[in-house]
Write a protein that binds this ligand. Structure first.
Ligand SMILES: NC(=O)c1ccc[n+]([C@@H]2O[C@H](COP(=O)([O-])OP(=O)(O)OC[C@H]3O[C@@H](n4cnc5c(N)ncnc54)[C@H](OP(=O)(O)O)[C@@H]3O)[C@@H](O)[C@H]2O)c1
Length: 293
C-alpha cells in the first residue's frame, strides 16, 4: 500500500475521524471494518424489495438482510411470502407483505402497510416485473397492459405513495435510494419478441432519470440496475435442458449467469455512502452483455 494512501487513512489529508481506524496485518494495512461499514454499509436501514420472494428480488433482499438492513419484501403469493420470511429470517430482519402491486390501489395498500410499521424508508427496490413474448403479428392488448402496468406504472406509483417515508429518511448527508430494476432488453434489442417489456423497461430507465431530477432536492437518489441473464422463473424457458443451459452460457461474454452477489452488491453500493454521488444513471449488471456481447 502506498505511503500516500496510508497517510490519508491515518487522517493526514483531512479524512473524517470516523474513517481513521486501520487494521495492520503482516502484509501491511487493510481497510478497517469501520471504514468498510461506513462506505458500503446499509446496517439498520429500512428497505422494501418488491418481488422479493424469488429470482433477482430474492437475491437483492438476501444481500440487504445479510448486510444488516431491516428488509420488507412484497409479492402476491402468500406461501412464497411465508417461505421468504422464514428463509431470510435466518440471516437477519425480513418481513414479507403479500401484495399485488399491478395497479395503483395495490401500490397504495402496500405503501400503507409499510407506513403502519415504519416512520422512514431508506431503500426502495422496484424489482417486481413480468415479461410476455409473442410474435409481432399476434401481440395482444392484454400482453401489453399487464406488462406495462407492472413494469413501469407500478414503480412510479409505488414510489409516489412512499415519498413521505423516503423524504423522512433522506438527508443531504445520507440520501435515500430508489433502485429501479429494468433489463438489458430495455437497452438493446434481442430475439425474445417481448414488445411491451422492452417498451416498459426503456420507459422506466428514462422515468428514473426524470424522477432523479425532480427528487434531487428531496435528497432521494433514483438509479437503475439493468440485469442481464440471471436464472429465475422468468428465464426458466431459456435453460429448460442442460444443453440449452450450456448454449446460453456459451453465448454470454463472461460465460456465466448472474449471481446473488452481482445483483445485491450493486443495489447495496447504490444505497450506501459509496454510491451516494450517483443519481439518474443506469448500470447494466450483465457481465458485459450490452457492451461487449
Ligand atoms: N432474470 C433475468 O435474467 C432478468 C433479466 C433482466 C431483467 N430482469 C428483471 O428483474 C426483475 C426480477 O425478475 P426475475 O427474473 O427475478 O422474475 P421472477 O422470478 O418472475 O420474479 C418476479 C417476482 O415478482 C413478483 N410479482 C410478480 N407480479 C407481481 C405483482 N403483480 N405484484 C407483486 N409482486 C409481483 C413475483 O412473486 P408473485 O408471483 O408471488 O407475485 C416474484 O417475486 C424483473 O423486473 C425483471 O424484468 C430479470
Amino acid at each position: 500500500m502506498s505511503k500516500q494512501l496510508l497517510g490519508s487513512l491515518s487522517g493526514g489529508t483531512g479524512v473524517p475521524a470516523r474513517y481513521h481506524a486501520v487494521i495492520r496485518t503482516e502484509d501491511g494495512v487493510r481497510m478497517s471494518d469501520s471504514f468498510y461499514e461506513e462506505l458500503f454499509g446499509v446496517r439498520g436501514k429500512v428497505a422494501l424489495v418488491t418481488g422479493g420472494t424469488r429470482g433477482i428480488g430474492l437475491m437483492i433482499a438476501e444481500g440487504l438482510v445479510r448486510a444488516g438492513a431491516r428488509v420488507y419484501v412484497a409479492s402476491r403469493k402468500v406461501d412464497a411470502c411465508v417461505e421468504t420470511e422464514r428463509a431470510l429470517g435466518q440471516f437477519g430482519h425480513c418481513t414479507a407483505i403479500p401484495s399485488d402491486i399491478g395497479n395503483v390501489a395495490g401500490c397504495e395498500l402496500l405503501a400503507g402497510e409499510i407506513a403502519s410499521r415504519e416512520e422512514r424508508l431508506h431503500i426502495l427496490v422496484n424489482n417486481a416485473g413480468l415479461t410476455w413474448s409473442l410474435p409481432i403479428d399476434e401481440f395482444t392488448e392484454k400482453a401489453w397492459d399487464r406488462v406495462v402496468d407492472l413494469d413501469v406504472k407500478s414503480p412510479f406509483f409505488l414510489t409516489q405513495k412512499l415519498l413521505p417515508l423516503l423524504r423522512a429518511a433522506a438527508t443531504a448527508d445520507e440520501r435515500a435510494s430508489v433502485v429501479n430494476v429494468t433489463s438489458v432488453n430495455g437497452i438493446k434489442p434481442s430475439g425474445l419478441m417481448n414488445y411491451s417489456y422492452v417498451a416498459a423497461k426503456a420507459g422506466l430507465g428514462q422515468l428514473s432519470a426524470q424522477m432523479a431530477r425532480d427528487l434531487m432536492d428531496d435528497h432521494i437518489n433514483v438509479n437503475v440496475v439493468a440485469p442481464g441473464p440471471f436464472k429465475s422463473k422468468m428465464t426458466a424457458p431459456l435453460f429448460a435442458t442442460d444443453e440449452m443451459d450450456r448454449q446460453m452460457i456459451e453465448s454470454f461474454p463472461m460465460k456465466r449467469w448472474g449471481r446473488m452477489e452481482d445483483a445485491a452488491g450493486l443495489t447495496i453500493f447504490l444505497s450506501s455512502r459509496a454510491g451516494s454521488y450517483l443519481t439518474g444513471v443506469t448500470l447494466p449488471c450483465d457481465g458485459g452483455a450490452t457492451t461487449i456481447g
